[in-house]
Design a protein around this ligand. Structure first.
Ligand code: GLA
Length: 368
């Protein structure tokens, strides 16, 4: 959990943006809520490596005091510091990539005091082997002497879920770039339904940074979402156990979205130590109004009802499709994660209505 600069700042990152964001993360209670990584994405370096040392060099106009200054500032706020590079020859925004410089760059990031590296996939030489490139950076970081989380970002290519855990990578982007529109929320969450089972402690499926609170501002604007749509976005990312990286401007955050990002019940679902995959217990309305379920630790269950359609809809769940038979006499005690309201014990089936693009999420326990 943390913050990544790409969605809002894009190419316009600089020291002030990072320091301000670090201050805000503490002040807004986001660090206390668990968002403790601050990751600088693409566009932080000079366009060329230092000709003598071969090292990547921070852009002195954007980072006048160098990277250690920024890293120390972030660490002083009790946060972890993240950097960005790419497995190809250039980054996606055309800055130097780490291809053939993996060990030197890993040492450089360790010198900066980095705790995290996002590692992209642009400008990969045609014949280079994708899995091997991630293995190289993984080994380089492990050799660096610093504990650095490796976040692979190959957008789900090469069936990444089948080999990425073996490389030592800690999380892996499985989707294209998130953009600020409800279509992306639907498409990215549902694109991984047959792959969430690969995500588990040690190596997590990352369905990309959050657009919650962006309201069509920043680097990935695409029409924007409503508060209701951000609510559904965040709920689905938590159901997916995706890593959670905030992307909106924290110096001007909408209070509803801030509360949403700090929702303790949703964060508990996201961070559940067992990280079991979400499953579809079945709904008679096809895929425009869906029900998703996830087994949690402590014998609990999370249920998420979503209306992806453009009109108000009725949603129906037969408890039998969760494995809770009517003959057992058991039902579900359901707690609404947004209001903390206890709905009592629901038996046999549950039906409800939802507005377009809205969702309802419950943490449930079986009871007679
Ligand atoms: C790729 C990644 C994004 C971002 C940009 C930066 O598109 O998928 O998340 O890092 O590169 O250029």
């Amino acid at each position: 959990m943390g913050y990544n600069t790409w969605n809002y700042y894009g190419t316009n990152i600089n020291e002030k943006a990072i320091l301000d964001t670090a201050d805000k993360m503490v002040e807004l209670g986001l660090v206390d809520a668990g968002y403790n990584y601050l990751v600088i994405d693409d566009c932080w370096s000079k366009k060329r490596r230092d000709p003598e040392t071969g090292k990547i060099v921070p852009n002195p106009e954007k980072f006048p005091h160098g990277m250690n200054y920024v890293s120390d500032y972030v660490h002083d706020k009790n946060m972890k510091f993240g950097m960005y590079s790419c497995a190809g020859t250039r980054t996606c925004a055309n800055y130097p990539g780490s291809f053939d410089h993996e060990f030197l760059d890993a040492e450089t990031f360790a010198e900066y005091g980095a705790d995290y590296l996002k590692y992209d996939f642009c400008y990969k030489p045609k014949d280079a082997d994708g899995p091997l490139l991630y293995r190289k950076m993984s080994m380089a970081l492990k050799a660096s002497g610093r504990d650095i989380v490796l976040s692979a970002c190959n957008w789900g290519e090469d069936h990444v879920e089948t080999w990425v855990r073996s490389t030592g990578v800690d999380l892996y982007r499985s989707t294209g770039d998130n953009y600020d529109a409800f279509k992306a929320v639907h498409d990215y969450f549902t694109s991984q339904l047959d792959k969430y089972a690969y995500s588990a402690p040690g190596c997590f499926n990352d369905i990309d940074m959050l657009t919650v609170g962006m309201f069509n501002r920043g680097n990935v604007a695409h029409g924007g979402c409503t508060r209701t749509e951000y609510k559904t976005h965040f709920a689905l990312w938590c159901m997916a156990s995706s890593p959670l990286f905030i992307g909106c401007d924290l110096t001007d955050i909408d209070p509803y979205c801030l509360d949403l990002l700090k929702n303790k019940n949703l964060l508990r679902i996201d961070q559940d130590e067992e990280c079991r995959p979400v499953f579809v217990p079945g709904s008679q309305w096809g895929d425009s109004a869906d029900v998703y379920a996830k087994v949690l630790s402590n014998n609990e269950l999370a249920l998420c009802f979503v209306n992806f359609s453009d009109e108000r809809r009725r949603l129906f769940l037969n408890l039998d499709s969760l494995g809770i038979t009517a003959a057992s006499g058991y039902g579900l005690r359901m707690k609404d994660v947004f209001t903390d309201e206890d709905l009592g014990v629901v038996k046999e089936f549950y039906d409800m209505e939802l507005d377009s693009h809205d969702c309802a999420v419950y943490i449930c326990k079986m009871e007679k």
